[in-house]
Design a protein. Structure first.
Length: 116
């Protein structure tokens, strides 16, 4: 909803999703991503701190941090994508086929992705 233009309704729905998945790292990472993309940096950083809190209590997939840093437009997204690949996270196998989706279009242009 958010990425298709219905921001108000989308923001309300994302909170409902979060309320049912508070301990799910990818749900928290999604909150960081959305607030970061919507330029709500302070709120995004608050969610990022919550994600780090989850990581202090349990294992958090590296892709969760990659999504978080992606939303913030932070180059650390690449560090965490590398960690996700090293961890053999099956969710990263779809990345080459999805560069133009809304979520991944936010990846900053990096020399590592430019043709040699």
């Amino acid at each position: 909803m958010i990425f298709s233009g219905d921001v108000g309704r989308g923001l309300a729905e994302r909170l409902k999703v979060y309320e049912h998945n508070r301990e799910e790292p990818l749900a928290v990472a999604g909150m960081v991503t959305i607030d970061g993309i919507l330029q709500q940096r302070d709120e995004a950083l608050r969610w990022l701190e919550e994600l780090h809190g989850l990581a202090r209590r349990a294992w958090v997939p590296p892709l969760a941090f990659a999504w978080a840093y992606l939303g913030l437009g932070d180059e650390r997204v690449f560090e965490w994508l590398d960690k996700a690949i090293d961890a053999r996270d099956p969710a990263v196998t779809h990345l080459p086929s999805m560069p133009n989706t809304t979520r991944y279009a936010a990846i900053p242009v990096s020399p590592r992705f430019l043709p040699a």
